[in-house]
Design a protein around this ligand. Structure first.
Ligand code: NAP
Length: 475
């Protein structure tokens, strides 16, 4: 049931499937409500309105935009409980995790409210005495975004906040499976005073149609996408025709490495946090574990003992740590990858039983080899394959043997090894003796086929700014 304290957050809902699309609770399969979808013409009108609104928005003083973003941040925080409940209902993650995501999502709005005032240009010493050179930064114009279902708020605010701070207007198409949080968080932006034409949420008949409009409309200057590498590639190809700026936050295949000099207890805790958050459905989730052969059995036994304690169930219930996965297709993919690994010689450390509905039992797999499919593909579920290694050289080769380069993790207490491995890992982010790395103050993003661009940190706003060089002659 969609019962929340602040019903104004749900003012966008329509009454039936005739007017919109159904949103379903993955934990119990119940329809939660219907959200509106727009025709192609209506989406084009949204873009035209965004273009008009952007000019007004960019003309405002940065301090004024900053104040409105600050107000949005405060409203998100005030409505944290309602937003978290909506998130658990439509996405499935446990309520405590959903509360954590609301705070994490809000942190980008707070951070970029501050950064709005710091889009400084620079002066450049001229090579000719009669010239004066400088740069200014200007908003790219209308920015749009397509976001996934696994972080229904944070993946939107991580883009919307820097875009608005920079002076862009912003249109987002959220995932069809989790639009409630997107519309609700936008509603709070309107209540904060951010104009409706400057921030818009749209859903079309289907995602490819919206993608085609976003990548071909002449008024759109920037596309920011978070999702699979496969879809990112399509959107980059489409954006190439009009040379639109793109940012891509794509898939990952994070290695989690435990050296023989690691603190094993800390590594087990880091592994749990990194692997099983959101039922294993994050782009930075550890996908494969490499453990030195001298501590392999010890690590696997302790890790499995901790995993067996995880409570699986409806995220609204007390004590649940692992909710449902997002869809039947997701569950089937996870099961198929796991069964294939078992056929290829992997062994569940404890027995692995199928669960009803969209629930998947967490499992640690031992006797895994680097050649198995489960090691090269994104699992996106609560399955932890553990591989043994003997030398640092062999380890680095295996860890970098992937098309992806988003997050990586390792545990070691040897400072020389720490520097060597941190530099050798071909990843945009490295967690060192730490399983949770995301924060609004640091640049998030990948290398190789995990993406282009950075979100968060002082870098995040640059994705929405153009640098203009001014050359003053005759000085
Ligand atoms: P996805 O299938 O690529 O979908 C992501 C978004 O793209 C959704 O809004 C989806 O719309 C839309 N979409 C799908 N096909 C499209 C097309 N042909 N044209 C335009 N838009 C299209 O990914 P997902 O399964 O939802 O999300 C999981 C993936 O996201 C994983 O690979 C994960 O690693 C990655 N991810 C990366 C990051 C990061 O920061 N690097 C963060 C989170 C997730 P519909 O929902 O309407 O189909």
């Amino acid at each position: 049931m969609l019962n929340i304290n602040n019903p104004s957050l749900l003012s966008f809902l329509v009454s039936s499937e005739d007017d919109g699309i159904a949103v379903t609770n993955p934990a119990i399969g119940e329809v939660l409500g219907y959200v509106p979808i727009q025709t192609e013409q209506a989406i084009e009108q949204c873009i035209e309105q965004a273009s008009i609104g952007q000019k007004r928005w960019a003309a405002m003083a940065a301090k004024e935009r900053s104040g409105l973003l600050r107000c949005w941040f405060e409203l998100i925080m005030e409505n944290k409980e309602d937003l978290a409940r909506l998130m658990t209902l439509e996405q499935g993650k446990p309520l405590a995790e959903a509360q954590g995501e609301v705070v994490y999502g809000a942190s980008f709005v707070e951070w970029f409210a501050e950064e709005a005032k710091r889009t400084n240009g620079e002066t450049i010493p001229a090579i000719a005495g009669n010239k004066r050179l400088m740069t200014i930064k200007q908003p790219v114009g209308v920015a749009c975004a397509i976001t996934p279902w696994n972080f229904p708020i944070a993946m939107i605010t991580r883009k919307a906040a820097p875009a608005l701070a920079a002076g862009c207007s912003f249109i987002v198409k959220p995932a069809e499976l989790t639009p409630l949080c997107a519309f609700a968080v936008a509603e709070l932006a309107y209540q904060a005073g951010i104009p409706r034409d400057v921030l818009q949420v749209v859903l079309g008949q289907d995602a490819p149609t919206v993608g085609s409009i976003f990548t071909s409309h002449p008024l759109i200057r920037k596309l920011s996408f978070t999702g699979s590498t496969q879809v990112g590639r399509i959107l980059m190809e489409k954006s190439a025709h009009d040379i639109k700026r793109t940012s891509m936050e794509l898939g990952g295949n994070a290695p989690f490495i435990v050296f023989d000099d690691a603190n094993i207890e800390a590594a087990v805790q880091g592994a749990l946090a990194s692997k099983f958050r959101n039922a294993g459905q994050t782009c930075v989730c550890a996908n494969r574990f490499y453990v030195h052969s001298s501590i392999y059995d010890q690590f696997v036994t302790k890790f499995d003992a901790a995993v067996q304690q995880l409570n699986v169930g409806n995220g609204l219930e007390d004590g649940v740590q692992v909710g449902p996965v997002i869809s039947l297709q997701a569950k089937q993919n996870i099961q198929a990858l796991t069964e294939r690994a078992i056929e290829q010689g992997a062994n569940p450390v404890s027995s692995w039983q199928p669960l009803d509905g969209l629930f998947v039992a967490p499992v640690v797999l031992k006797d895994v080899t680097h050649q198995m499919d489960i090691v090269s593909q994104e699992i996106f579920g609560p399955v932890a394959p553990v591989i043994a290694f003997d030398s640092d050289e062999e380890l680095i080769e295996m860890a970098n043997d992937t098309i992806y380069g988003l997050a990586s993790y390792f545990y070691s207490q040897n400072i020389h090894r720490v520097w060597k491995i941190a530099e050798a890992l071909e990843y945009g982010m490295v967690g060192i003796n730490e399983g949770i790395i995301s924060t609004e103050v640091a640049p998030f993003g990948g290398v190789k086929q995990s993406g282009i661009g950075r979100e968060g940190g002082k870098q995040g706003i640059d994705e929405y700014l153009d640098i203009k060089y001014l050359c003053f002659g005759g000085s």
